[in-house]
Design a protein around this ligand. Structure first.
Ligand code: FES
Length: 489
């Protein structure tokens, strides 16, 4: 068990989000050590970490569902993952007791040594009394060892379990940390964690994801066409898209930081599905080829051009963690060729060219303050992407989404928003009426911001609506320094 735990690892051990842990540290005014905290501090914050409520079994079920075809489990030489996890939990129980006994034995040895030293110093007539005291102390301490169970030991055992089902990866020089689960590649796990690791094809052809293993062990998931020289291999270079971690890793990898623009890309992609969202909006699902993903930041847009020249600039409505499966929100706009073909559904299965990404309406990822997201119409596209990124990086203390007009009940988007608020303790969702006034929205922001010293507000929608909300907010005395606005018309 390391003496110091990173925030990500500590949050996983306690079974809480990073945002909640940061909030507790702030509320209790506790000092961390360069962003890391001690086991004792974690136990002070969460003294009753419940091992029985461990979400690991559920996690294994999910990993198995996603990964079974790609692993050796199907070859029959390994037990079923659930059987494996049950056996591991048995070992965990033994481990907790052994570790606790060891902790107590250390204390017992020290106590016995102190007692014997005291006896050695005692006058001869008190020697027997001293030795009897020493013997009584020893007996009491041995009973404690037999009943040994302590919180440090339980935490140690949980850490071991977490290491078995997932590997922790630290990137240099940024210090970003994330967890790799199942048989994900290092690149997939990094993207799922909301990081902007350099990559191109994600299939071992381009070499853009080349990184250097500083410590830990990796395993190749697939052979790749890109050739690493003998010297590079000797120095520990690997392709992040073609390797997984089999132990905790430290690697040197190139990453774009949140402020740095990503390279311009031109990708041919296919329209996979068009789903109506009420009468006047449609969700467009676009997929890039297997060998080319779009690198973008949440909140950015791209230009889409059809084969017959219809073009539209649209905000990406999906998470940057999946650069192959992209979503866009398109509004009904008679006379606009691109939009008309979406609503006539003639665009289905067509090939498009994607150019981008563009725009700087992106998440302030270094901010851990609560974030409020306000959207109207197609403004929900960049806001949805920002919310998905904020949930992924798990940095903000609280997230509030206000979507004017909401989504049709039972639709994919409606189910998605409700699943966020059902499954995340720190997430709230509200959908006021389409014609809700700017004054009412400002009141909702006021309520959401109650008790918050500072919050970031991201707002996207039609220019006129956006202006009326900000004017009303200024008139009510809001400090709009941390308001980030994006008109979408
Ligand atoms: S992303 Fe192209 S080789 Fe890994």
């Amino acid at each position: 068990m390391p003496k110091l735990l990173s925030l990500s690892r500590a949050a996983r051990l306690a079974g809480v989000s990073r945002g909640e842990l940061q909030k507790r540290i702030r509320e209790e005014d506790l000092k961390t050590f360069e962003g890391e905290l001690t086991v004792e501090l974690l136990l002070r914050l969460y003294p009753h970490i419940d091992l029985e409520a461990d979400p690991m079994l559920e996690k294994v079920r999910r990993i198995r569902a996603e990964a079974k075809p790609k692993t050796h489990f199907s070859d029959g030489w390994m037990p079923d993952p659930e059987v494996l996890m049950t056996r591991l939990k048995e070992f965990q129980h033994v481990l907790v007791q052994t570790k606790a006994a060891l902790n107590n034995s250390d204390a017992l040895l020290q106590q016995t040594l102190d007692d014997l030293n005291a006896a050695a110093q005692a006058p001869e007539e008190q020697l027997r009394e001293q030795l009897l005291r020493c013997s009584a102390n020893l007996e009491r301490a041995m009973q404690r060892v037999e009943r040994a169970e302590d919180a440090r030991a339980a935490l140690f055992a949980r850490d071991v379990m977490l290491k078995i089902v997932s590997a922790s990866i630290r990137l240099l020089p940024s210090g970003h940390e994330f967890f790799l689960e199942g048989s994900d590649s290092i690149l997939e796990a990094g993207l799922k964690a909301g990081l902007y690791i350099d990559y191109g094809c994600s299939s071992g052809n381009c070499g853009a994801c080349k990184c250097k293993v500083i410590s830990g062990a990796v395993s190749k998931l697939r052979s790749h066409d890109f050739i690493l020289s003998a010297k590079e291999q000797e120095e520990g270079y690997i392709l992040a898209c073609s390797n997984t971690a089999i132990s905790d890793l430290v690697i040197e990898a190139r990453e774009a930081n949140a402020k740095e623009p990503l390279p311009h890309q031109n990708i041919r992609a296919t329209v996979r599905k068009i789903e109506p969202v009420g009468d006047d909006l449609a969700l467009l699902f676009v997929q890039t080829p297997r060998t080319q993903s779009l690198r973008f930041k949440a909140g950015q847009s791209v230009a889409l051009t059809t084969e017959n020249g219809n073009r539209a600039e649209l905000y990406i409505a999906s998470c940057p963690c999946d650069g192959r499966n992209l979503q866009f929100l398109v509004e009904r706009a008679p006379g606009k060729g691109f939009n008309d073909t979406v609503f006539a559904k003639t665009m289905n299965k067509q090939t498009l060219t994607i150019d981008g990404p563009m725009g700087g309406f992106v998440l302030r990822e270094d901010s851990s303050t609560p974030a409020i997201f306000l959207a109207k119409g197609t403004g929900f596209a960049p806001i949805k992407s920002l919310v998905e990124q904020a949930i992924t990086i798990d940095n903000a203390e609280r997230l509030q989404l206000i979507q004017v007009g909401g989504n049709p009940p039972g639709s994919y988007l409606d189910n998605l928003c409700r699943s966020w608020s059902d499954s995340l303790d720190n997430f709230a969702y509200a959908s006021p009426d389409q014609d809700c006034s700017a004054g009412h929205l400002v009141e909702m922001i006021q309520q959401a911001a109650d008790n918050m010293n500072r919050f970031d507000l991201y707002i996207a929608g039609p220019q006129a609506w956006l202006s009326s909300v900000t004017v009303k907010a200024l008139a009510r005395g809001f400090n709009t320094t941390y308001w980030y606005c994006q008109p979408t018309d």
